[in-house]
Design a binder for this molecule. Structure first.
Ligand SMILES: [Zn+2]
Length: 428
């Protein structure tokens, strides 16, 4: 799913569809790939990437006629975007497009492809425009039907099937939040959410880490074996297949996990909530500690965060971003800096002992009011009336809140971490 430029009332999503097999469409994919591969080294220009305009002037006459003029333009735009400033630094040689694919623009006029009222897909191919049958799973169908506009379809071949990735623009429901929910995303406890009433939502990352460690070790073992076999000049096909399979499995697991816990949080928060998250930050600052680095890389921070924001938006919930500085070091009770030892937070000024991540979540929640006030003063209208923060009730020990076991405010050596409260219990 992509979340590129989003205006306040619109959001973009990508949905998958299956397209009927057609030799002409397959040929179109290969033709488009050929055009892109032709353009790529020209655009790369020995490490000084050309702009879209320059690429057009330099290469249009060389590639025209392979696909339609419209599609050639799309290819030029697509290839030059591969070398955009954002990505440029990572590229050391021209991009090569390994698999056949094609990008069809749809837009309001249905330029290269469009969904017809009779349930077929009208699409441009190398031998003229064709009408093909397609299948959309129920979830995609609902989204397609509610789309404000269909932007484009990227078609590629996957396991002998033609798959279309349809980018659509959706209207965001108007957000009318009433109370804040502070959300702390963390490597040790993946999600800690806290409401103004003191209710706590908790997702420990323990099961996820156990699963990941198991898989990492298995993959490392197979990789060693692969190196060994290569050294002995023996066949490696089955090993490589196994490694690829594990990689995909790991990716799927992470995706499902993030979807599940994000959904759990959004459902727990309720429709009238305003989710308060920390502004995006780079968790992966390089440290010399290899083990720590590995752990940070295993935590799917950006994915989890994106899913939470997307799910909240689609439910009509407001999301507010606050300044992330010192949220985990500040004492929620008196505001002075405290010390953190694993799961335990200790404040020397008022001798408060609290669960560290819960302390951070409360601080994030508290910052929401301040952020909104600043925005209102600056002329940007946020929530019309600011509800004063209720005093956070001290949680009674071991009491069950919202179907979840509440945390011990005196988080002793991470006891709440032992289980996987709230959601995602099925993920093993
Ligand atoms: Zn304190």
């Amino acid at each position: 799913m992509n979340a590129k430029k989003q205006t306040d009332s619109k959001t973009k999503r990508t949905v998958e569809i299956l397209i009927e097999h057609d030799a002409d469409l397959t040929a179109t994919l290969s033709a488009f790939q050929k055009v892109c591969n032709h353009l790529s080294p020209i655009c790369w220009n020995n490490g000084k990437p050309k702009s879209r305009r320059a690429l057009h002037d330099a290469a249009y006459h060389k590639v025209k006629g392979i696909v339609s003029a419209q599609m050639t333009q799309t290819a030029i735009r697509f290839v030059s975007a591969c070398y955009s400033k954002k990505k440029r630094r990572k590229i050391s040689q021209p991009v090569h497009f390994k698999r056949p694919f094609a990008l069809f623009l749809v837009g309001e006029r249905g330029r290269d492809a469009c969904f017809c009222p009779d349930g077929t897909l009208s699409i441009w191919t190398v031998s003229g425009r064709k009408r093909l049958a397609y299948y959309a799973p129920p979830y995609s169908r609902t989204l397609l039907r509610s789309a404000l506009r269909i932007d484009s379809i990227r078609v590629k071949e996957r396991k002998g099937k033609l798959v279309g990735f349809v980018t659509i623009t959706l209207a965001k429901p108007k957000a009318e939040g009433l109370h804040f929910v502070g959300v702390d995303l963390n490597e040790t406890n993946h999600i800690v959410g806290v409401k103004e009433t003191g209710e706590v939502f908790f997702v420990s990352g323990l099961n996820y880490r156990i699963w990941m460690t198991k898989h990492r070790k298995l993959r490392a073992r197979l990789q060693r074996k692969l190196a060994e076999r290569k050294g002995q000049r023996r066949g490696t096909r089955s090993l490589r297949r196994r490694l690829q399979h594990l990689l995909l499995r790991q990716r799927n697991f992470t995706r499902t996990y993030c979807h599940t816990v994000a959904k759990g949080l959004v459902e727990w928060a309720g429709k009238d909530a305003i989710l308060v998250l920390e502004r995006l930050q780079n968790l992966r600052k390089k440290t010399s500690n290899t083990a720590l680095n590995r752990r940070l890389h295993l935590f799917p921070y950006a994915k989890l965060r994106n899913y939470i924001v997307q799910k909240a938006e689609m439910k009509g919930m407001a999301v507010l971003f606050v300044d992330p500085s010192f949220t985990s070091q500040t004492c929620h009770a008196c505001g002075s800096r405290g010390e953190r030892q694993r799961h335990r937070f200790y404040c020397p000024a008022c001798s408060t002992v609290y669960h560290a991540d819960l302390n951070a979540a409360i601080n994030i929640l508290r910052r929401a009011d301040e952020t909104l006030r600043l925005r209102l003063e600056g002329g940007v209208v946020g929530r019309p009336s600011v509800v004063p923060l209720q005093r956070l009730a001290v949680l009674p020990e071991g009491s069950a809140v919202g179907g979840m076991q509440a945390l011990h405010p005196l988080g002793d050596s991470g006891s709440p971490n032992r289980s996987f409260h709230g959601c995602g219990q099925g993920l093993q």
